[in-house]
Write a protein of this length. Structure first.
Length: 263
């Protein structure tokens, strides 16, 4: 049976990454209210926030009847700078202030990945991981900052920048997975299959085998060393950082505040 994959994201960069990797998929956008989700969980660091929001998006789409029988992947990126978690700035004034602080310095972009198996007869399991990369910014004049923000590009981007658009001109280098900076790490999706000796199958085969790896054993998950499910809002990030292969309890549903419909 052909694997049906749904990307729970409206990001053109993420869907382009999957397409270029030869992974067929469809897009179904969630209406998750990101600030409300974060507020409902209290204070989290940037690493854990990216995973929480990826989870909220994936579970919101997985609950839609249109997603029945599919593997749903949700992604979210959060930029860590000076100990702060930066999501999308939305407002030009916020973007200008952030970029002025960031120029000539570096920060860490965390991209959370969360998958939900909704296939008929499937495991129904969920699992997640975070891929991170350090981004080093070049010098920017005030005029360049204002012109970049005026383009509108950074307003809907975590950290107020992109690497695959106009913002790429202001990035000196990236330490880590560059795809994590774009917003979806193919190598992170491939990891479970690689761990199980399935390197020869490529990205598509890896995702299929990843679905097969989402098995419950006695009501528990059996994640790979790199992919771990969180059992609570306090254990979400600590479990990933432990990289333990110890099974975790099934992940409870994530509260998903929704944006009110537009009038």
């Amino acid at each position: 049976m052909t694997l049906r994959l749904i990307l729970a994201s409206k990001s053109p960069a993420r869907t382009k990454l999957l397409a270029e990797a030869g992974i067929r998929h469809s897009v179904l956008v969630s209406d998750v209210d990101e600030p409300a989700v974060v507020a409902s969980y209290g204070e989290l660091d940037a690493h854990d926030t990216s995973l929480l929001l990826a989870r909220a998006k994936a579970e919101a789409v997985a609950a839609d009847d249109a997603a029945g029988g599919a593997l749903v992947i949700g992604c979210d990126s959060v930029f860590e700078f000076d100990g702060e978690a930066h999501g999308k700035p939305y407002e030009p004034s916020v973007a200008v202030e952030r970029i002025r602080r960031m120029r000539g310095r570096s920060g860490v972009l965390h991209t959370g990945h969360w998958l939900v198996d909704t296939r008929d007869g499937g495991s129904g399991a969920t699992i997640g991981a975070v891929s991170s990369a350090t981004v080093h910014f070049g010098a920017m004049s005030d005029a360049e900052v204002e012109a970049y923000v005026a383009s509108g590009e950074p307003l809907q981007c975590a950290g107020s920048f992109t690497i695959d658009g106009l913002g790429g001109a202001f990035i000196d280098r990236v330490d880590g997975d560059p795809h994590a900076v774009v917003g979806l790490s193919i190598s992170t999706l491939r990891a479970p299959a690689a761990v199980r000796g399935s390197r020869r199958h490529g990205p598509v085969g890896a995702v299929r085998r990843f679905v097969g790896s989402l098995q419950r054993k006695g009501g528990q998950h059996s994640p790979s060393p790199r992919f771990l499910g969180g059992s609570s809002k306090t254990g979400l990030g600590s479990g990933l950082r432990r990289r333990s292969s110890t099974p975790h309890e099934p992940v409870p549903p994530c509260p998903v505040p929704r944006r009110p419909p537009r009038q």
